[in-house]
Design a protein around this ligand. Structure first.
Ligand code: GRF
Length: 228
């Protein structure tokens, strides 16, 4: 089986990157991570990747100022050097230009910590709490030029609990991110994704359903008053 040479783009912690590296450590996984690229030299994920023998590169965005195309040309040069064919954004905190998104169309995926199309952008967990939603989660999607837009490959839902803080909700979602991203990237690399307009169809068993955490506690729609 030919594995698709894939780069993971990060800006920080890199826990999703680590989940992808762990999945790709299996030679049967259809994507091979050939490069971890960061726009920040202090991204913690870089050391984790290097410790696992994965090549790393740093392309700082700061020297390019507002020249986003120049920054992306420098990224593209690194990707070409490593023969990259598929790109996974994992906490990469730069908005990509339309040109870049078009060049990598249907070969560029992102993970976003909300159930899109709800809560595009930043601070998703705080905004979910402020909105009082009962379900929250994460989405893996193909990237289109609009921020956090593009065909959805997979979603995982988690309950929002009355006592949740931003941190506790983020941790619950993150656990699901680490399950979801390797699965979705594997479908894409394995040729199981067919794009029909704005919809991604997945030809993998079980892929049609979202992942959902079991709800803790009593039946969620019980009419019995809670004990005081
Ligand atoms: C994750 O919550 C991801 O959904 C978002 O940025 C965060 C990155 O975390 N895009 P990590 O660097 O993967 O730990």
């Amino acid at each position: 089986m030919r594995r698709v040479p894939t780069a993971v783009l990060i800006s920080g912690r890199g826990s999703n990157m680590a989940a992808l590296l762990a999945a790709a450590a299996d030679p049967a996984y259809p994507a091979e991570i050939v490069l971890v690229l960061s726009n920040r030299a202090d991204a913690a994920g870089l050391a984790h990747a290097a410790a696992r023998g994965v090549p790393t590169a740093i392309v700082e965005s700061r020297p390019f100022g507002r020249d986003r195309e120049g920054f992306e040309r420098a990224i593209d040069a690194e990707l070409a050097r490593h023969g990259v064919e598929l790109l996974a954004l994992a906490g990469f905190m730069r908005v990509l230009t339309e040109g870049f998104c078009t060049r990598w169309r249907d070969r560029l995926v992102n993970i976003h910590p909300s159930l899109l199309p709800a809560f595009r952008g930043l601070d998703t967990h705080a905004r979910a709490l402020a909105a009082g939603v009962r379900l929250h989660g994460c989405t893996v999607h193909l990237v289109r030029p609009g921020v956090d837009e593009g065909p959805i490959l997979a979603q995982a839902a988690v309950p929002v609990l009355a006592e949740d803080t931003e941190a506790s909700l983020a941790a619950r979602v993150l656990e699901q991110e680490h399950r979801l991203y390797p699965a979705a990237l594997g479908w894409l690399a394995g040729g199981l994704v067919r794009i029909e307009g704005d919809i991604a169809r997945i030809a993998a068993p079980g892929a049609a359903g979202a992942l959902a955490n079991p709800l803790p506690g009593p039946a969620p729609l019980s009419t019995t008053p809670a004990e005081r």
